[in-house]
Design a protein around this ligand. Structure first.
Ligand code: PMP
Length: 391
C-alpha cells in the first residue's frame, strides 16, 4: 500500500468530532452590534468582544475610510522598512497617554504583541511563571521563547510565592505572565499581590489587558488603573480588537522597553505594519473612550442588571466574575453544545466554549454597553427555562 503522510489528519478530525470538540465558523451578516444576523437569523449578540459597541460606530468607519483615502489600503512593508506612517506613532502616543506610560508599540494583533514581547524579553536561561488559565498567546509565547515554564494554579499567589522561593535563584531573568481579565472566566488577576511578588523576587511582570482596555478603571485605561497600579514597573499588553472595535495589539511601558522591542521583537520587526484603516479606527476609538465615559458606565450598569437577574436562577453554576464576561459551567462538551443550540434557537447568540480552550465546558456570555434591558431580560428568561431542566 502506498504511503499517505497526510492520512492522520482525517483520523484526527474524526477524533475531534467524536469528543464533540469540533469547531466551525458561523457567518454574521451586516455590521456588528447588540443584535446581529447570524446565518440568516436575527439574534441577540452575547458573543462579542465589542464591549462598547464601537466596531460598527460611524466615527470609526469614517476614520478608517479617510485613512484609506489618504494612505491606501496596505502598509506595504514592515514598520522598520516602508510600513511606518504618522498614524502609527499618533496611535502609540494615544495609547501611552491613556496608560500613563512613557511609550507604546503597536503590533498587528494582540496575539503577536504577546509573542513578540515574551520572546524578546526571556530565553533559554530564564524562567516564566504563568497562570494556568492564561490566554493561548501568553502560553505560546512562553513555549516559543525557550525559557523554563512553570504554570501556577489560577490566581494563587501563595503557590506562586512557593515556586519563586524554590526556583528563582536558578535562573537569570524571571517573567511572570498573567491575563488581567481572564478571557474565558471573567475574573481578575490579583495584580497588587503579583506586583509585590515581582518586586520581592526581582521578576518582570507582564499583564495582558486585552479584555480590560477601554472598560476597566476610571478612564478605561484597564485593570492596572482599576487596581491603582498606574506607574508601577510592569509590561502591559493589550488589543485594539475588543472594546476599541478595530484590529491590532500593543505593548505599553517604559521608553527603554519600547525601544528594545522595536529592535528585538520578531513579531513586530518581521511583519507588515498595521493597516492605515485599522490604525485610524483604533485612534478614533481611544478618543471616544476618553470623551464618552457614559458608554463604560452603561456597560457596567448592564453587567449589574444581568447579575442581579441571574441571582434568581440558582440552578445555573456561574463562575466568579468581575467583568462583562459571565460563564456558566456545564458537565461536558455535549451539554454545552446542546445549551448553545437551545439559546440560539431562542434567538440568543452565546457560544459553548469547550476543551481544549478551557478545562471545563461552559456557556460564555459577554455583555455590551449597547444591550437594551429587553435583551438582557430575554437572555435571563431563556436561561430560566434551561435552569428548570425542560430542554
Ligand atoms: N489576549 C487575550 C486575553 C485575548 O482574549 C485575546 C483575544 N482573544 C488576545 C490576547 C489576542 O488578541 P488579538 O485578537 O488582538 O490577537
Amino acid at each position: 500500500m502506498p504511503h499517505d503522510p497526510y492520512a492522520w489528519i482525517e483520523k484526527s478530525l474524526t477524533t475531534i468530532h467524536r469528543a464533540d470538540w469540533y469547531r466551525s465558523v458561523q457567518t454574521i451578516d451586516g455590521r456588528p452590534g447588540a443584535t446581529v444576523v447570524l446565518a440568516g437569523q436575527e439574534v441577540i449578540n452575547f458573543a462579542s468582544n465589542d464591549y462598547l459597541g464601537l466596531a460598527g460606530d460611524e466615527r470609526l468607519i469614517a476614520a478608517a475610510i479617510a485613512a484609506i483615502e489618504e494612505f491606501g489600503t496596505g502598509s506595504t512593508g514592515s514598520r522598520l522598512l516602508s510600513g511606518h506612517r504618522k498614524l502609527h506613532r499618533e496611535l502609540e502616543k494615544a495609547i501611552a497617554s491613556t496608560k500613563q506610560t512613557e511609550d507604546a508599540l503597536v503590533f498587528s494583533s494582540g496575539y503577536l504583541a504577546n509573542l513578540g514581547a515574551i520572546t524578546a524579553l526571556v530565553g533559554k536561561r530564564d524562567l516564566i511563571l504563568s497562570d494556568q488559565y492564561n490566554h493561548s498567546s501568553l502560553k505560546n509565547g512562553a513555549i516559543l521563547c525557550g525559557a523554563a515554564v512553570v504554570e501556577y494554579p489560577h490566581c494563587d499567589v501563595v503557590a506562586l510565592k512557593t515556586q519563586l522561593s524554590q526556583q528563582r535563584q536558578n535562573y537569570r531573568r524571571c517573567l511572570i505572565l498573567t491575563d488581567s481579565v481572564f478571557s474565558m472566566d471573567g475574573d481578575l488577576c490579583p495584580m497588587p499581590a503579583l506586583l509585590d511578588l515581582a518586586d520581592e523576587f526581582n521578576c518582570m511582570l507582564l499583564v495582558d489587558e486585552a479584555h480590560a482596555t477601554g472598560i476597566l478603571g476610571k478612564t478605561g485605561a484597564g485593570c492596572v488603573e482599576y487596581f491603582g497600579c498606574t506607574g508601577k514597573p510592569l509590561i502591559q499588553i493589550g488589543t485594539l480588537s475588543k472594546a476599541l472595535g478595530s484590529l491590532g495589539g500593543y505593548v505599553a511601558g517604559s521608553s527603554v522597553l519600547i525601544d528594545f522591542l522595536r529592535n528585538r521583537a520578531p513579531s513586530w520587526i518581521y511583519t507588515t505594519g498595521l493597516s492605515p484603516a485599522d490604525t485610524a479606527a483604533a485612534l478614533a476609538a481611544i478618543e471616544i473612550v476618553q470623551q464618552e465615559p457614559q458608554r463604560r458606565a452603561q456597560l457596567w450598569e448592564n453587567v449589574r442588571y444581568l447579575k442581579a437577574l441571574l441571582e434568581h436562577l440558582p440552578n445555573l453554576k456561574l463562575l466568579p466574575s468581575e467583568s462583562p464576561i459571565l460563564c456558566f459551567q456545564l458537565p461536558n462538551a455535549t451539554d454545552a453544545l446542546k445549551a448553545g443550540k437551545y439559546l440560539r434557537d431562542a434567538g440568543i447568540f452565546a457560544p459553548a466554549i469547550r476543551p481544549p480552550t478551557v478545562p471545563t465546558s461552559r456557556i460564555r456570555i459577554s455583555v455590551m454597553a449597547t444591550h437594551q434591558a429587553a435583551h438582557i431580560e430575554k437572555l435571563v428568561a431563556v436561561l430560566k427555562e434551561m435552569g428548570s431542566g425542560e430542554w
